[in-house]
Design a protein around this ligand. Structure first.
Ligand code: IVH
Length: 765
């Protein structure tokens, strides 16, 4: 422990803790060379939290305690860039030609000519495949972070950037430039990307196509607490506005970054002739697969800053830099077979089994074929020679077939035919949902789904039944003790303990201790977990932790969610929007119609206005509650609305609760008397409601659908008071089933007795 010095004031201690925490942060996340253990770091962190709590006047948005994120935003503010964020001109490699890097040779020679020199010093560094951002440091403090946008105006993503550990919240340098605007890339490290996608797959959320999309998608989240949970990193590569000691060249710039604790790109190779530039580019090509981020090129930049200024920029890009693009590595291999995987949600996914090949640094022997459409469109047949490429240099994809190499007897492939219309895991019929390409197994208790559903149900993000992982779930399904997650609640400790996780020859018992732990987690902890954890646990397609969180914030209970007017209206709004777009009198088709039959104009106008009325009045209550927001991109008179829950997720949720499986879930939870509380409910409600119950006092009695604490919280949130004893001064008795003596007193004193429904109506009025 670092001792607290007696002469330190709280202000000094806070400043010291912040700088110390950021220093350790840098050692851990940038230098990968930590000095202290996690628990020592936590102790410093908690001390700072405590001090900040008792000294709110010393609060700072750039305190390391803010890295966990804050309240969600409605939308991103705009930021005008002080120096435009330009693009880079690309130089392409032409593989197969005599000089594949001819464009590089031309660029170098042209630039020498422009500069009036016979040769030029340049640097060559990896091009990071991420999202361009700018970080503005004023007097050493992070003032804002913004995306590139159109190069002149970008989105203010400061709250999200603060959660990224490799972005310093303040600079720790002996000399601090007054203004330092750093340009760089946000990216998701390759390894973390693979893990995140696996997790999303488990949650039934769509996987990101590549790390760049994952980074871009994350930065667009309006809830910085969600961003904090995603593994993003930052690397600086350039400079925007700058007021400080003059920087003469690329070395000065690198030193400045290092001095300030900003993560730099590596390697930055120096080249002093055309030959060296060509070599350096090759060198980057060779080592790019070993870098933690995706790269599809090398950036060549002039070394000398005075020369950079002389050459200047076009409207689009500087003349002093160019990006050499490597063609994605492709190889031909044999498609030996197509296997079918049944996912947790029952979707049948065709997978290409390939003759193994080395590609962009790894061995590839399988590649997803996505769905039937993909197979048909590319006319992929077993026995074909196929061209494989790594999309975004990460996920192998089949680009096309090589028709010349097709064996004469190769047959077109059909998923339905291959599996004979049956789920390969359970034999149940498969079906294709209307408008969807995917084939799905129709059996909710399909073993292929059962194991992953149970594992998912018990995962940390869901109900956190620690001792039940994949092998216990497999054993349970194998022993026919569980077909679906809620069957777990019917198991006794003995049944669990006797479970064989090994084989017949080498049995391995689950054991008493694990069994007891699992039983307790199921019967004591799980029933009190909040609604979002339960919703996550059901594994509804497209509904992961983030959406579950939004659902819990907008629904008071599972029952309310299962027949949600809000979700129904989201779907309705989407349908209405589609209709409105067709009904718009300004569409080409409608204009033509009016020209040909002028009488129809009134009708068309009226129809449009009436649809528009329905649309805006459907949106109104949800806008008022703050569940949805009006977006800027209005089309003519048609407003656009944004919500944290997408329409396709809304459809999945409604479908789930309407399905037999969903109805069984509700029934079973009812039987088990489990009513997950929703403590975050109304978190988005607008502030007007806060004083709704001002001056009113409540007494609660009888059995309600939620624990009392739930209603107490709601009453307090709306400005009311709760007392335990009834008196003549009480305004309302909120009464559930039972509640004898208080009810009698309320009748005697003429105090309004209200039901749970009355109360809910009251606060939603
Ligand atoms: S220097 C004025 N260096 O690629 C542009 N950019 O496709 C000078 N990028 O806008 C930028 N890695 O966001 C530079 N090592 C690197 C880079 C890099 C990625 C981005 C950058 C640029 C975009 C153009």
């Amino acid at each position: 422990m670092i001792p607290s010095l007696p002469q330190q004031t709280p202000q000094e201690r806070i400043a010291w803790l912040r700088s110390e925490l950021e220093r350790h942060n840098r050692l851990y996340y940038i230098q990968a060379d930590p000095e202290i253990s996690d628990s020592e770091y936590d102790a410093l962190f908690r001390e700072l939290e405590g001090l900040e709590h008792s000294h709110p006047e010393l609060d700072s948005p750039n305190s390391p305690t803010k890295r966990v994120g804050g309240a969600p935003q409605e939308e991103f503010a705009s930021i005008q860039h002080q120096t435009p964020m330009l693009s880079i001109d690309d130089i392409f490699e032409h593989s197969g030609s005599e000089e594949p890097d001819q464009e590089l040779i031309d660029y170098y020679e042209r630039t020498c000519q422009l500069a009036g020199e016979s040769r030029l010093d340049v640097t060559v560094e990896p091009k990071i495949d991420g999202v361009a951002i700018t970080l503005m440091y004023q007097n050493g403090q992070l003032a804002y972070a913004a995306t590139r946008g159109d190069g002149h105006v970008g989105d203010d993503i400061t709250a999200n950037a603060r959660t990224i550990r490799s972005i310093p919240l303040f600079l720790q340098s002996h000399f601090l430039p007054e203004v330092l605007e750093v340009r760089g890339e946000i990216f998701m490290p390759k390894e973390d990307f693979a893990r995140l996608n696996a997790e999303r797959d488990m949650n039934g959320e769509p996987a990101f196509a590549n790390p760049r999309n994952a980074a871009a998608g994350t930065l667009k989240l309006l809830d910085s607490r969600q961003v904090a949970k995603r593994p993003l990193a930052f690397i600086a590569h350039g400079i925007g506005s700058y007021h400080g000691p003059r920087l003469n060249n690329a070395d000065d710039f690198q030193r400045l970054l290092q001095e300030c604790g900003l993560p730099c790109n590596t390697p930055v190779l120096k080249a002093t002739s055309l030959d060296e530039v060509r070599q350096a580019v090759r060198q980057i090509d060779q080592l790019r697969h070993t870098l933690p981020f995706g790269t599809d090129g090398a950036v060549v930049k002039l070394y000398d800053f005075t020369l950079r200024e002389q050459l200047g920029a076009t409207a689009r890009a500087p003349r002093w830099a160019a990006a050499y693009k490597f063609p994605p590595e492709q190889k031909a291999t044999l498609l030996k077979a197509i296997s079918i995987q049944v996912g947790r949600t029952g979707v049948l996914t065709p997978v290409a089994e390939l003759s193994p090949i080395r590609l962009s640094g790894t061995t590839v022997s399988r590649a997803t074929l996505h769905n039937q459409d993909e197979i048909s469109r590319k006319d992929i047949r077993i026995g074909d020679t196929v061209i494989v490429e790594k999309a975004g240099e990460i996920i192998p994809a089949i680009i096309r077939i090589v028709p010349e190499k097709r064996p004469t007897d190769a047959q077109p492939y059909s998923i339905v035919k291959a599996v004979q219309g049956m789920c390969p895991a359970c034999g149940a019929p498969i079906s294709q949902q209307e408008g969807m390409v995917a084939w799905k197994c129709t059996n909710f208790t399909c073993p292929a789904q059962a194991v992953s559903r149970i594992t998912h149900f018990c995962s940390r993000a869901a109900l956190d039944i620690e001792s039940i992982g994949t092998s216990a779930a497999e054993a349970l399904v194998e022993a026919r003790l569980a077909h679906s997650p809620l069957d777990l609640f019917d198991l006794s400790i003995d049944q669990l303990a006797g479970l064989n996780l090994g084989t017949v020859d080498e049995p391995r018992r689950f054991g008493e201790k694990n069994a007891r732990k699992a039983w307790e987690a199921l019967h004591t902890a799980a029933p009190n977990l909040p609604l979002d954890r339960w919703v996550t646990a059901f594994g509804i397609p497209q509904v992961g932790e983030v959406i579950a969180h939004s659902l819990a914030a907008t629904h008071a209970s599972l029952v309310q969610l299962s027949d949600s007017p809000y979700l129904r209206d989201l779907i309705r709004l989407d349908n209405l929007l589609n209709q409105l777009q067709l009904a718009n009198p300004n569409t080409r088709a409608n204009k033509k119609l009016i020209r040909e039959a002028p009488d129809s104009e009134v009708n068309i106008q009226q129809n449009f206005v009436s649809l528009l009325n329905t649309y805006t009045s459907t949106a109104r209550p949800w806008l008022e509650r703050g569940y949805i927001r009006e977006l800027k991109n209005k089309v003519g008179k048609i407003p656009a609305y944004g919500s944290d829950i997408g329409v396709s997720a809304a459809r999945e949720i409604i479908n789930f609760f309407a399905s037999q499986a969903g109805r069984r879930v509700l029934q079973k939870l009812d039987q088990l008397d489990i009513t997950p509380p929703s403590p975050t409910y109304r978190a988005y409600a607008n502030e007007q409601n806060q004083g709704l119950l001002e001056g009113k006092s409540f007494v609660i009695t009888g059995t309600l659908s939620q624990p009392r604490s739930y209603f107490e919280k709601l009453i307090a949130e709306h400005g009311g008071k709760v007392s335990s004893a009834i008196s003549q001064a009480s305004s309302y008795l909120l009464a559930g089933k039972g509640g004898g003596s208080k009810r009698a007193k309320a009748v005697q004193w003429g105090i309004s007795i209200i039901s749970e429904e009355d109360f809910m109506k009251m606060i939603h009025s």
